[in-house]
Design a protein around this ligand. Sequence first.
Ligand code: AMP
Ligand code: GLY
Length: 439
Amino acid sequence: MQRKHKILVVGGGGREHALAWRCATEGHEVLAAPGSDAIATVARRFDIGVRDHEELVRLAVREGVDLVLIGPEQPLVEGLADRCRLAGLATFGPSAAAAELEGSKAAAKAFMARHHIPTAAYRTVGTLDEGLVALQAFERPPVIKASGLAAGKGVVVCGSFAEAETALRECLADHRFGAAGDTVVVEERLEGEEVSFFVVTDGRAAVTFPPVQDHKRLGDGDTGPNTGGMGAYLPAPVCSPQVHARIMEKIVEPTLSGLRLEGRPFCGVLFVGLMVDASGEPFVIEYNVRFGDPEAQALLLGLDEPLVPHLIAAANGGLTPGSLRAHASAVVVLASAGYPASSTTGVPIEGLGEAQTGRDDVVVFHAGTRRENATWLTAGGRVLGVAAKAQSIQIALSRAYEGLAGLTLDGGQWRRDVGAQALQRLGESPINLHTSGQK
Ligand code: AMP
Ligand code: GLY
């Protein structure tokens, strides 16, 4: 029998709903701060924000939790994990020093250069003049990235040099991203297929998850603006066993050993966003220091074995290396009207009661909702994800789309082609999307 633990989940989005749901499903007692109305169905909720480190630590100590599980990047970059460890709490999430890999893209690029980790060629610039000079070093329009945290909005994959100039101007002259855009990474555009690769680590050993593919663009066929992610599925067929081995050897292991060498071992989830080129070579697009969202929703539903023992082992040191098995799994995100530029809140979502009852292979994870009496209302851009697991990606996708078809949201937006690339690669026919038309 596995021991029952008391776990504090920090955060309140779709990823944290999936984490809290997973911990509760594995039989643990879950607390959440600040949580959400949906998370409150599986956890005891405390109204403490993710930036209120003192109150979070006080809560964790008072409740005697066995594990603090930190969901979002911001509190990690701001040192919440360090603060928890100082208070003697077993904590899953990297120190601020290790979280710099996500907090500063310029620092992450310099780290990769020091440790010979494959990534796009780049220049770091701090003024518009420097930026304009740097552009001349690129043969093709580059990617412009605000170095700091910009809630997924600080990256422009430029179609022309004029667009690159505009993006540089927005960061360095107009200060569109505030201090997060005071340093800019200008980098070569990579070609290939993207993969989200996750490992749980105590800084030394790694436990791998099946590779996931996210869908960043708002529109079908990867068109429209970048979002936080509109859908995901696993396992991503682009990541063959050979590619998987290359990712471990050329990227994950040197990253973990590089951080150890630099005196900032990484404890938590390392999430590497990768481009796999036509010859199967992986390149780092970015590091993240937490689970991805919506990737976590598909991943945590799909897992075939308990996750919590690995999180506890990573937090306490002494993780045994391995790989986690999972069903094929998928999630389709429902976003509100106006997302990602804006979001419409307070709009009722109908059908959630039916979608949530009685199935363990289809789960709706809430990212931006609140409940008023018996009615669920939108409270953010990405509203929810319908996740499903099955024996194949195709069946998982059709179950997720079936679940979505049972929901009604005025002006709701979703992608109709989640997983289409995988089905094509696997030679399976596209699923019948019962849900075309506006919600
Ligand atoms: P990020 O916020 O760093 O995840 O970037 C957002 C998205 O921009 C990524 O998921 C990629 O789709 C795209 N992107 C970022 N950097 C590059 C690059 N060097 N080459 C091609 N696409 C990129
Ligand atoms: N879905 C990508 C991320 O969480 O950064």
